[in-house]
Design a protein around this ligand. Structure first.
Ligand code: CO8
Length: 258
């Protein structure tokens, strides 16, 4: 299969997916999310592959959902398209070990994409944030659920309500990431770790993953369902339209609370 928005390669038993929309800081449009999910599913099904690494560029892992693509959507459209569920969640469904190698911006959906992976390796330049409320929506690809389970209510509320960004070191202290490495070393570190994991027994790794995931996924599906309904509801607001239009026009938003 050929892809337009991602680069796909292998190094021995490790599959590497590199987000490749540099003109938009790897903003996640429908095509790139579909391609990430398709590539992840293909690696998951490939018996030669034992682990997957997902990365972006040095400047941006991903700067969130593509605001320009969704700016004109209505509630009916995002609800009918089942916007997130339809293409975004392929990485979360992979049964083999998944690693995110993050440098630069991991914002909104980009942060959520990293949180879908089992292990997050950060470059010291990485910054994690959920800035959605500033443009009139709420996180919708697991941010309110996965982040809260990892960092707890206080930090999750702070990040989601204020858009506060975490540095790589803060993310390490709070458990979002497991390793911080020097700028530029994140992919090498992730690939080296992925090769180690890929050499272990496949079923044992999958069982370990399933067991750890269960520790915090119980009731997650319910939480994700509620989150999605509430995200779609923001598309009924004039303020959501204003937030995204203001971003595209490079001006501060003028919210009218409706
Ligand atoms: N969407 C679309 N385009 C983007 C995005 C984005 N999220 N982020 C950056 N770009 C584009 C810019 O518009 C710009 O394009 P152009 O050159 O044509 O103007 C290009 O990428 C480079 O960006 P900047 O010039 O802004 O670069 P800076 O270094 O000045 O700033 C930032 C980098 C801080 C990352 C800045 O671009 C920014 O704030 N981006 C938006 C971040 C954001 O708000 N992300 C959250 C998006 S919402 C989300 O992820 C919710 C997920 C669920 C959605 C479900 C919908 C139903």
């Amino acid at each position: 299969m050929s892809y337009n928005c991602i680069l796909v390669s292998t190094d021995g038993p490790v599959g590497l997916i590199t987000l490749n929309r540099p003109e938009a800081l790897n903003a996640l449009n429908r095509q790139i999310t579909a391609e990430i999910s398709a590539a992840a599913a293909a690696f998951d099904a490939d018996p030669a592959i034992g682990a997957l690494v997902v990365t972006g560029s040095d400047r941006a892992f991903a700067a969130g959902a593509d605001i320009k693509e969704i700016a004109d959507k209505s509630f009916a459209e995002v609800y009918e398209e089942n916007f997130i569920t339809a293409t975004w969640e392929g990485l979360a469904r992979v049964r083999k070990p998944t690693l995110a190698a993050v440098s630069g911006h991991a914002l909104g959906g980009g942060c959520e994409l990293a949180l879908m992976c089992d292990i997050v390796i950060a470059s010291e330049t990485a910054r994690f944030a959920l800035p959605e409320t500033a443009i009139g929506i709420i996180p919708g690809a697991g941010g309110t659920q996965r982040l809260t389970r990892i960092v707890g209510k206080a930090v999750a509320m702070d990040m989601i309500m204020s858009g506060r960004a975490l540095s790589a070191e803060e993310a390490l202290a709070m458990g979002l990431v497991s390793r911080v490495v020097a700028a530029g070393d994140h992919v090498t570190e992730a690939m080296t770790l992925a090769k180690t994991l890929a050499k272990r027994s496949r079923p044992v790794m999958q069982l370990a993953k399933e067991a750890v995931s269960k520790a915090y996924e119980t009731h997650l599906q319910e939480g994700l369902y509620v989150e999605r309904r509430l995200l779609y509801a923001t598309f009924a607001l004039e303020d959501r339209k204003e937030g995204m239009t203001a971003f595209a026009e490079k001006r501060p938003p003028a919210f009218r609370n409706r």
